[in-house]
Write a protein that binds this ligand. Structure first.
Ligand SMILES: *Cc1c(COP(=O)(O)O)cnc(C)c1O
Length: 424
C-alpha cells in the first residue's frame, strides 16, 4: 500500500517503511494516500473478530500483507475480547481493557510488535522508548518473548506508581527497564539523543515504538467493527461513538473505520480540561494552553499529535466535519460520571466516565450511544475508590504482578552512560 507524509506529500512510502520509520520528514505523519470503501460490510459484521479484522486490514493495506499472514499476526496480537456492555437503555460501553495491561493501548502495541517482527530482516533490533507509565507497559508486554527484538524502556525513578512499575519492570527476558534519576523529560531527551547518534542507531538497530506509528491506528480500526457487529442489526446505522481523547489516536481510527464504510452515524470527541480541540471546533482557532493535571491523566495532552490526520481527512472531503462534535468535561463532571455509572451497577474510571458524560449531554432519542471504556477501573483504583467511597478488587492480572520483583537498573540521566549500556 502507499502512504504519504501529510506534511510533504512527495514522500511516499510502503506500510513496511512507515512502520519501521515511525515519522516522516520534518516530523510529518504518514497516512494512506487512498482509502477504498469495503463493499461487503454486512457479511463482514457476521464474521468472528480476528477473521473479520484480517479482512479489513488486508483491504486497508491494499494486500501489502496477505490476509492469511494477517490472520496469524492478529491471532497473536488480539488474544482478548472487546465486549460491548449495556449500561442503560440506549448506552453501551465498549470495553477495550481486557488485554494484559488493562488498557486499549494493548491492541495497537501488540499489532505493532507483530508487524516489526514480520518486517525485521536485519537480525537484532532494539526498541528504545521513554514512558511516564502506561505506554511502557503496553510496549513491554507486546514485545515480550519476540525473538531478535530487544526492548529498553526508560522511566523516571520514583515518579510512577509502584503498581505501574510492577506492570512492566518484572518481565525480564528481552525486556530491559531503566529507572532514570530525573524526570520524564530527561528520559525523552535520552531517547532523542540516541536516535540522533547515527552510529549507535546502526550498531544496535534502533527503532522507536511511539504512539504515532500508523500500525497502531490500523489495529484500533478493528474494534469499531467489533462494536457495531455486537449491536442488533436494526441499530447499526444509529450508532454514536463517544471517545475519551488525549492524542486523538482512537478518534482517528474510528473515522478511518467510517471512511471504510462502517455505518457509524457520528462521533463525539470528549476531552478533560485540556480542551484544545473543543475550543478549536468552536472558534476555529488552534490555541493550546499549558497542560493541566487531571484524574484522567492519560488524556492530559494539550497538543494532540494525531489531530493533523483528522484534519487531513476533513480537508480531503473523506469525512464530513459536521459528524464530529467535541465536548470538554471538567473534573467534577467526570467524577459524577463515575458515580452515575455505578448507580447503574457499572464500575468505570475517569477516562471512560468523561466519554459517558459527553454522550449523555448529546444523545438523541433515535440514537444508540457507545462510549469507549479505555482502561480497567482497577488501573485507576485509588481515584475510583475515592470517588465511590468503596474498595474495588484488583483483577488477577494486577494481583499477580503485585508480588513480583522489580528488575530495573537505575541510571543517571547521562547519555554517555546510556550509550555504554546499550552497546555493552
Ligand atoms: C491513551 C489513553 C487515552 C487517550 O487516547 P488517545 O488515542 O491518545 O486519544 C484515553 N484513555 C486511556 C485510559 C488511555 O490510556
Amino acid at each position: 500500500m502507499l502512504l504519504e507524509n501529510i506534511k510533504h506529500n512527495d514522500q511516499q512510502v510502503s506500510f513496511e517503511q512507515a512502520v519501521k520509520q515511525g515519522l516522516g520528514r520534518d516530523r510529518g505523519l504518514f497516512f494512506p494516500k487512498q482509502i477504498k470503501k469495503l463493499s461487503n460490510i454486512d457479511e463482514l459484521l457476521a464474521l468472528p473478530f480476528i477473521k473479520r479484522s484480517s479482512i479489513v486490514l488486508s483491504h486497508l493495506l491494499n494486500d501489502e500483507i496477505s490476509q492469511a499472514d494477517l490472520e496469524d499476526m492478529l491471532t497473536n496480537a488480539f488474544e482478548f475480547p472487546a465486549p460491548l456492555k449495556q449500561v442503560s437503555e440506549n448506552i453501551h460501553s465498549l470495553e477495550l481493557f481486557h488485554g494484559p495491561t488493562l488498557a486499549f493501548k494493548d491492541f495497537g502495541a501488540r499489532f505493532m510488535a507483530q508487524c516489526l517482527k514480520k518486517f525485521n530482516q536485519q537480525g537484532q533490533l532494539t526498541i528504545l522508548t521513554a514512558t511516564s507509565g502506561d505506554t511502557g507497559a503496553a510496549v513491554a508486554h507486546a514485545f515480550y518473548g519476540i525473538k531478535d527484538i530487544r526492548v529498553v524502556i526508560l522511566y523516571p525513578e520514583n515518579k510512577i506508581s509502584r503498581l505501574q512499575e510492577k506492570m512492566f519492570c518484572t518481565l525480564g527476558g528481552n525486556i530491559e527497564t531503566i529507572a532514570v534519576k530525573g524526570t520524564f523529560d530527561d528520559c525523552q531527551a535520552l531517547v532523542k539523543a540516541s536516535f540522533e547518534d547515527a552510529e549507535l542507531r546502526k550498531q544496535i538497530g534502533l527503532n522507536s515504538a511511539n504512539s504515532i506509528n500508523i500500525s497502531r491506528l490500523f489495529a484500533q480500526v478493528c474494534y469499531y467493527f467489533e462494536a457495531v457487529a455486537q449491536l442488533p442489526v436494526e441499530q447499526r446505522d444509529k450508532s454514536v461513538f463517544s471517545i475519551p481523547s488525549g492524542n486523538f489516536g482512537n478518534l482517528t481510527a474510528g473515522i478511518i473505520a467510517k471512511v471504510l464504510g462502517l455505518p457509524i452515524k457520528r462521533f463525539i470527541a470528549a476531552t478533560n480540561e485540556n480542551d484544545t480541540v473543543p475550543r478549536f471546533l468552536t472558534t476555529g482557532e488552534w490555541a493550546p494552553k499549558e497542560t493541566v493535571a487531571t484524574l484522567s491523566n492519560a488524556m492530559d495532552v494539550s497538543e494532540p499529535n494525531n489531530w493533523p490526520r483528522i484534519q487531513h481527512m476533513m480537508d480531503l472531503g473523506w469525512f464530513d466535519k459536521n459528524l464530529l462534535s467535541s465536548t470538554m468535561i471538567d473534573e467534577d463532571s467526570s467524577q459524577m460520571g463515575v458515580k452515575q455509572l455505578y448507580q447503574n451497577d457499572y464500575v468505570s474510571e475517569p477516562h471512560g466516565a468523561i466519554a459517558y458524560k459527553a454522550l449523555k449531554h448529546s444523545i438523541e432519542d433515535d440514537e444508540v450511544g457507545i462510549f469507549l471504556g479505555t482502561a480497567h477501573p482497577a488501573k485507576f483504583k485509588e481515584s475510583v475508590e475515592n470517588i465511590l467511597g468503596e474498595l474495588i478488587p484488583l483483577p488477577k492480572e494486577l494481583a499477580a504482578v503485585a508480588s513480583s520483583t522489580i528488575l530495573s537498573e537505575t541510571m543517571d540521566a547521562d547519555f554517555d552512560k546510556l550509550r555504554a549500556y546499550l552497546t555493552a
